[in-house]
Design a binder for this molecule. Structure first.
Ligand code: AMP
Length: 444
């Protein structure tokens, strides 16, 4: 999804501080993405910015880098305020800030969000951070209690602004902004541009430079995400179909979106029982647990996440190659955000939307909105599944046979004693062994 169209540019064109530039290259970024190329020069010059860009397009670095470049480290007040709708996005942005700020140990970044203990955050505030990444509710709480002073903020970023609106944060955001007394630069980022955003721009921003990358011409979604839909008829049928796809699809990690918290737990238990490493992910889980699950997913300790829409925003996990919309998203924004969890950082991704014939209208509605076709995918039939299993098993067997392995002689001895004692022939023994393998679900 990373779109880098002008290969003539590299990060030196922004004239960043040398140490910051070193960190950028160390991370492996070679060229700026389109949004970075367009945003950063305006940001460095002090303009307000309205950035509308595809999810996963490199938005975060397009504000972190110029902010770090322009920040005054010797001024020990909160200078930067980043407002985000969810805890996950908060943690992700905080981590990116900390990563890029590594070149100067004096830069302090603090993250404030609901669900974390107050005393940890209050201690962090006493440490005089330069940069605060906050969810609106918790920040407003501190403002009301006079625990935090944001009056001298110089850079304000409102990320995922459309989501802030939808979650009813907009009043909180306005109250927060009214606490900033100094002249400041504002950047507002969003993956979509609902009418309500257009309305608030005038209130929050001063003649912003508009960088609109995704609402143009043909396709508002990244080209590297292949989108499919699959027709399902009943609840039971849906579960069977899901298991078939999980078996035959090639993926590194998967997110399966469902509509209720309860069902994340039920479905993930079901999938786990079938032998997969899977976890539920929903807003009722405490923060520590959610962080642990995301850590495990990033590090391939689990490969399947069954989640509610709480996971549809902001999560940047590069190895998610498949997103399954098991239950329908509530609206087009939710669809775009859910499928944007795959195809990150230029990798390819695949998405499958489960749909009943009754809901086909929703498919046409999505297609109209995203201006591209969603192709139909058929459920793998029994023949396909049998061939797939045979192939997989025969490859496993071939790849597991080493004649000079120590175990070779040990297994040979066992085999001769089985032949002797059981009176079964070689083929019969092989069949019995295959049956054991199937029962143990070694195929997954
Ligand atoms: P974001 O849209 O900010 O969530 O970024 C999506 C992903 O793209 C993240 O994994 C970033 O690390 C990665 N990324 C951002 N900028 C670049 C770049 N210039 N080159 C390569 N990867 C990038």
């Amino acid at each position: 999804m990373i779109s880098i169209n002008n290969k003539d540019y590299n990060f030196s064109c922004f004239k960043f501080k040398k140490k910051l530039l070193d960190i950028i290259y160390k991370l492996g970024y070679k060229q700026p993405t389109d949004i970075q190329l367009k945003c950063i020069p305006y940001f460095l010059k002090g303009y307000d910015i309205l950035g509308i860009a595809k999810t996963g397009s490199g938005k975060t670095a397009s504000f972190i880098l110029p902010i770090l470049n322009n920040i005054n480290i010797n001024f020990f007040n909160i200078q930067v305020l980043i407002l985000v709708p969810t805890r996950e996005l908060n943690i992700q942005i905080t981590d990116s800030f900390k990563f890029f700020a590594k070149y100067d140990r004096r830069i302090k970044v603090l993250s404030l969000y609901g669900g974390q203990k107050y005393n940890i955050q209050i201690l962090g505030l006493k440490n005089k951070p330069h940069i605060i990444v906050a969810t609106p509710g918790r920040l407003l709480d501190y403002l009301k209690k006079n625990i935090i002073n944001i009056s001298l903020v110089k850079f304000l970023v409102i990320d995922e602004a459309d989501e802030m609106l939808r979650m009813g944060f907009i009043k909180d955001v306005e109250s927060i902004i009214s606490n900033i007394n100094s002249k400041h630069q504002t950047a507002l980022f969003s993956a979509t541009m609902p009418l309500a955003i257009k309305k608030i721009i005038g209130r929050f921003m001063n003649k912003p430079k508009e960088i609109i990358l995704n609402l143009s011409k043909n396709n508002i979604l990244p080209e590297n995400i292949e989108q499919y839909y699959c027709l399902v008829n009943s609840w039971k049928n849906k579960l069977n179909i899901l298991m078939k796809f999980l078996e035959v699809e090639e993926y590194t990690s998967v997110i399966i979106f469902v509509s209720t918290k309860l069902y994340t737990v039920k479905l993930s238990h079901f999938i786990e029982q079938k032998g997969y490493s899977c976890s539920a992910f929903n807003g009722d889980m405490n923060q520590k647990l959610r962080e642990k699950i995301l850590y495990d997913l990033k590090n391939s300790k689990i490969s399947i996440l069954v989640a509610t829409d709480v996971a549809s925003r902001g999560l940047d996990i590069k190895n998610i190659s498949l997103v399954i919309n098991y239950d329908l998203p509530i609206d087009i924004e939710s669809y775009i955000h859910r499928i944007g969890r795959t195809g990150r950082a230029g990798k390819s991704g695949k998405t499958i939307l489960f749909l009943s014939v009754r809901n086909k209208k929703f498919l046409f509605y999505i297609e109209r909105h995203i201006k591209s076709r969603i192709k139909r995918i058929s459920v793998p039939d029994d023949n396909f599944l049998i061939n797939y299993r045979i192939n997989k098993l025969s490859n496993l067997i071939k790849n597991n046979f080493y004649k000079n392995d120590k175990k070779y002689f040990f297994y040979k001895r066992i085999l001769s004693s089985i032949i002797e004692s059981s009176k079964l022939n070689n083929q019969e023994i092989n069949i019995a062994l295959l049956d054991l393998i199937y029962k143990k679900k070694y195929l997954i």
